[in-house]
Design a protein around this ligand. Structure first.
Ligand SMILES: NC(=O)c1ccc[n+]([C@@H]2O[C@H](COP(=O)([O-])OP(=O)(O)OC[C@H]3O[C@@H](n4cnc5c(N)ncnc54)[C@H](OP(=O)(O)O)[C@@H]3O)[C@@H](O)[C@H]2O)c1
Length: 251
């Protein structure tokens, strides 16, 4: 039983894309979800400092389904630089059809969060047939970014940092209501502190990597928990657990 007495769905074995789309469906209203992968010893990266080295085929399938259900994918500039992000593209024909049937653009918009304005050329340069770019930035770097990208692609959301509520309001003003963030840990920390994360989708990989790499949240610890979540489902595929959590509603 889940926290409020609802059944928590637990399944074992591979699921079809159709089943995953159902498992991760969200309602029509605005939603903010985060998708991360972690090892059994709590690391968000492998020894190479990247999350690609700790993910798996089952995790990738969920990653793709979550993108297909999103209007916009929000990513911190640290992750953009580390993981070499370019514009987003829906490669899979089935997922493209799902987006079209839902009235979404073919590809999710990529929204990059940055205070410094330090964005690699790979993400700045438009790619034929790929999704649009929005930059959610601090005021000081707005003018430089607007010169580089055009004023429409640049949204100032705070003086020194990007305030989560301003960023989400700006996305909703543009009709981007189903929001997915793929990290990284500093961005997730600031969004948890702002209380804006409705859901956490977490893949738990059965490996231990050691070392001192980041965990999924980089934020100062306080006396109280940063956030509390209820388990919505647990899907097991070849030892990986794909866990979906919803923020605990406090009454
Ligand atoms: N396991 C996973 O699922 C997962 C997911 C994502 C990333 N990662 C890993 O995490 C590592 C990167 O960690 P990270 O914490 O540096 O990632 P991050 O949160 O993506 O990057 C931090 C940077 O993003 C910008 N940023 C984030 N929040 C901001 C805010 N509220 N206001 C203004 N700017 C903000 C800033 O960019 P500027 O410096 O440009 O100002 C900041 O320096 C990489 O090794 C990556 O592989 C793992």
């Amino acid at each position: 039983m889940g926290h409020h007495g609802e059944m928590v769905r637990v399944s074992s074995g591979p699921l079809s894309v159709e089943e995953l789309l159902r498992e991760y469906a969200v309602g029509p209203g605005p939603s903010v979800r985060a998708n991360f992968v972690t090892t059994l010893d709590g690391h968000a990266t492998g020894g190479d400092g990247l999350s690609g080295s700790i993910n798996s085929a089952a995790d990738k399938q969920v990653f793709d389904v979550l993108r297909a259900l999103a209007d916009v994918v929000v990513v911190g500039a640290g992750t953009i630089r580390a993981e070499g992000y370019g514009r987003l593209r829906t490669e899979d024909a089935g997922l493209l059809a799902v987006r079209r049937a839902a009235g979404r653009s073919d590809h999710p918009v990529l929204a990059v969060v940055t205070a410094s304005g330090d964005l690699p050329e790979k993400v700045v340069s438009p790619e034929d047939g790929a999704g649009d770019l929005l930059v959610l930035c601090a005021e000081a770097v707005r003018a430089d970014l607007a010169d580089r990208l055009g004023a429409d692609a640049v949204v100032p959301c705070g003086t020194d940092v990007v305030e989560a509520t301003r960023a989400l309001d700006a996305l909703r003003d543009r009709g981007l209501t189903q929001v997915l963030t793929e990290g990284g840990p500093h961005l997730l920390g600031s969004w948890l502190q702002a209380g804006v994360v409705d859901e956490l989708c977490l893949t738990l990989r059965p490996v231990l990597v050691g070392g001192t790499g980041p965990r999924i949240v980089e934020a100062a610890a306080g006396a109280d928990a940063l956030a509390r979540f209820d388990l919505l489902h647990a899907l097991e595929v070849e030892g990986d657990l794909m866990l979906r959590y919803g923020r605990t509603e406090t009454s």
